[in-house]
Design a protein around this ligand. Structure first.
Ligand code: PA5
Length: 408
């Protein structure tokens, strides 16, 4: 994976030793929340259990409903939405309080052989807790206790009520690692079980993470530190918004994961770079105007792909005289890349600092690399900014008032 900068340039090199220092200081400053820093340790030895359960489920079911919200589902959803997989169809639940949406989810399950993975770190969050109750009832009407036991996996903190329920009901309990907060769980059972159940290659995914981890550990000049340095050099100059963009619509869910990671980690103490995302070329016809012509406050981070896996030449059609003959024989991959290059030039020359992550392919390995690079960058970037990148007091405040209104 490469990282290039375009447009207004700043020299990140002098900041990289500071990034290294901050990285090395993390264990002393934030003891007890850094289980994610080592990808293989993050799996906590549950990799084989994950693979076995995924294989068992794929033999008995066609649909997995994943119940979780925020960090408890975004990483897996990013990978699965982009790559599909030849395993179970995944239905995402536990991330809304909309009655309409919940009814839609139940309709999606009707007529299918369903298994369920419930992910709730503290098992207090309203969305996953309430959806688990509804979906549990729905499944209990269709499967007996023995069948339920193998069809449901629960993931929460050891000793939580969710853990007790797993024991009472005979479900497999895969613990949510204590030293890892929701948005840093990409390489734990939280991310791995849905990815494996979807039929995707968890080993290649983990390998991507491990290789990026190695790079971060061994050299200051790695994509995570360079990216953290770049955004924090521009931020004091008034660049307080960052938009993640891609010409591959398959990256939209990854962009949501990135938005959650940076938004929840950095937006505190009156500080933070506001994270947004857009999917190009579609959004060039809307938000593109703002990026090009609006205030110079926006950083733009591109997710680019060398080989998008597509192959779609524009057919010949001289008779229609539709004005697009200049595209004849060109592949859409080439056209898409031309649009991306043109955007980098136009936005860069227009004064927008652009960073460009380039992966070889859109595959499990690339996701592993990107997730680790962004998590490492986020931790260092939060420290450069002067905030604790691992807490989320703001979210807790809203939860407290909601519980008060609902009479908890
Ligand atoms: O990153 C975080 O810690 C949060 O986004 C949590 O993942 C989210 O609030 C869900 O929490 P829980 O798994 O406890 O329901």
């Amino acid at each position: 994976m490469k990282l290039r900068f375009h447009g207004p340039i700043t020299d990140v090199q002098p900041v990289l030793p500071r990034c290294r220092n901050l990285w090395q200081q993390l264990p002393a400053r934030y003891e007890g929340v850094l289980g994610w820093m080592d990808c293989m340790e993050a799996t906590e030895g549950y990799l084989q259990a994950v693979k076995d359960k995924a294989a068992e489920w794929r033999a008995i079911a066609d649909t997995l409903v994943v119940v979780g919200v925020g960090g408890s589902n975004q990483a897996a959803r990013g990978v699965i939405d982009a790559l599909g997989g030849d395993g179970l169809r995944i239905v995402w639940a536990g991330n809304t309080l909309s009655a309409w949406e919940l009814q839609r989810i139940l309709r999606e399950l009707e007529g299918h052989s369903v298994v369920m993975h419930v992910i709730a770190k503290n098992f207090e969050t309203l969305e996953p807790g309430s959806h688990y109750r509804v979906l549990r009832n729905w499944m209990e009407q269709r499967y007996d206790a023995q069948e339920m036991a193998r069809r449901v996996v629960l993931t929460g903190t050891e000793g939580s009520r969710l853990h007790e329920m797993a024991v009472e009901r005979g479900h497999l309990f895969l613990p949510f690692p204590k030293p890892i907060g929701g948005r840093y769980t990409a390489f734990t059972v939280v991310g791995l079980l849905p990815i494996a159940a979807a039929g995707l290659d968890v080993d290649a995914y983990l390998q991507g993470g491990v290789n990026m981890q190695k790079l971060v550990e061994e050299t200051d000049d790695n994509p995570a530190f360079r990216y953290a340095a770049w955004r924090n050099l521009f931020h004091p100059q008034g660049f307080d918004t960052e938009m993640l963009v891609s010409f591959e619509p398959r990256f939209e869910r990854l962009a949501r994961w990135w938005r959650q990671l940076f938004g929840e980690s950095e937006g505190k103490d009156g500080k933070g770079i506001f994270p947004a995302y857009s999917m190009y070329s579609e959004d060039l016809h809307s938000i593109g105007q703002y990026v090009q012509g609006g205030p110079r406050c926006m950083l733009e981070t591109f997710l680019s792909v060398e080989d998008d896996g597509g192959n779609m030449p524009v057919p010949a059609d001289r008779e229609s005289r539709d004005g697009f003959d200049y595209l004849e024989g060109r592949d859409f991959t080439f056209i898409n890349r031309a649009a991306e290059e043109a955007t980098l030039i136009a936005h860069g020359e227009g004064g927008v600092p652009c960073a460009q992550f380039i992966t070889g392919k859109v595959d499990e390995y690339a996701f592993g690399q990107l997730y680790y690079a962004f998590m490492a960058a986020c931790a260092v970037s939060g420290c450069l900014l002067g905030v604790n990148p691992f807490d989320q007091e703001g979210v807790e405040a809203y939860k407290r008032s909601m519980f008060a209104i609902l009479g908890k």
